[in-house]
Design a binder for this molecule. Sequence first.
Ligand code: ADP
Length: 461
Amino acid sequence: MADADAAKVEKGTARLQVAAARQEESGQGVARMPRSAFQALGITEGDFVEIEGKRITAAVAVLGYPEDEALAVVRLDGLQRANAGTSSGEHVTIRRAETKAATRVVFAPAQREMRLQGPTEALKRVFFEKPLTAGDLVATHGQQPVQNVPPEVRRMFNAPAYALTQIRLQVVTTVPKGVVHIDENTEVELRAEFEEPRDGRGVINYDDVGGMEETIKALREMVELPLRYPELFTRLGVDPPKGVLLHGPPGTGKTRLAQAVANESDAEFFTINGPEIMGSAYGESEKRLREVFEQAERAAPAIVFIDEIDSIAPKRGQVSGEAEKRLVAQLLTLMDGLQARSNLVVIAATNRPEAIDEALRRPGRFDREIIIGVPDEQGRREILGIHTRGMPLGEGVDLNELARSTHGFVGADIAALAREAAIEAVRRIMPRLDLDARTIPPEVLQDLQVEKSDFREALKR
Ligand code: ADP
């Protein structure tokens, strides 16, 4: 049981149960722990600790919340959980970390679609004296020296632009190895191109899906548990679920949720896009479907995500095309052919659950369903928090009020709103920019904040 005594294991280490960091602290690289753990480790706030799950990462130790004091928990955000190779509910070993000053640290974008460019000075400032380990996924905050801004803005700048959102990077290498920190003499390099993270892990995790606490809980039970601990099911003599159907309106985060589950459960992620696969030539669609399933079985534990499944598996009685009928039949065969212990779960998404072939929803196929609805005010508040994370916000910006006034918005609408507001902010400072200059004057950058009026303008669109 998690009690204060359990925090003391062998001398100089603490064994704590992982819990999720509060959303607003996500990306800050701190580990919140109870006072008893600080005593066991002989450390004070601000010291660095090493966190060992299946991997090792480092963090800045901070005292836990008062309500956590009696529990032997360490709060970590999604990136830290990935870096330590652990997930909520598991145990990790914590030690005091000795960091060395790095002579060199190389960063690269951790998201495939991202291209980065710009002076590394600002990066150095962001990570100054923070503990880093090669392979870590880390997040920036505030203004970033990057070109990861919409083309529209980039054209306006015609110079290295500054993104207003959180950027995720991978620490590709450090010299020396182990836990290091950046100091004045560290040479920092930023690679422009995406670098496949160690173990192919993606960066999307549960911290990135808002308003879905209950849904995440349900999906973890259905998917993460069987992928992580298949022996639980074998032992009980029951078959783990093979297929889960997510249904809800477009833009509510179904795809993002599936990616988060894959990353948090350390599973490989394969996507099949319904409409895309339908467009293939005669016989090609079934072949591609088969190939993805084969690849996924080889890579297991894995999640196959089928987006817009209604387009590849419509009710057979209602379609005239032979191609559709064959594809539905192929999918049924593939689902039935999955070995109970193959460690593969298929998650499918649709916004028209009534339109898919009933045979797919029989036991042993997509026999679990989760409804992903339009978020309520609390959900919208969480999603706003996620998409303004790392944005310098003006004092007048009230996210609670924004959550109240965006009734009917789904996650994708809120993401677009935040993006538009940031573009508005950039537009405002445009007159102060010398478009021929390669860099933006620091005093202009200092004033680059997203204001209440920017959100108001964005809402009009
Ligand atoms: P769906 O698969 O339901 O159509 P997506 O997962 O593709 O929706 O969401 C599209 C985008 O909208 C995401 O990349 C994300 O930026 C944003 N988004 C949607 N739902 C959420 C959510 N619940 N929390 C955070 N962001 C969300």
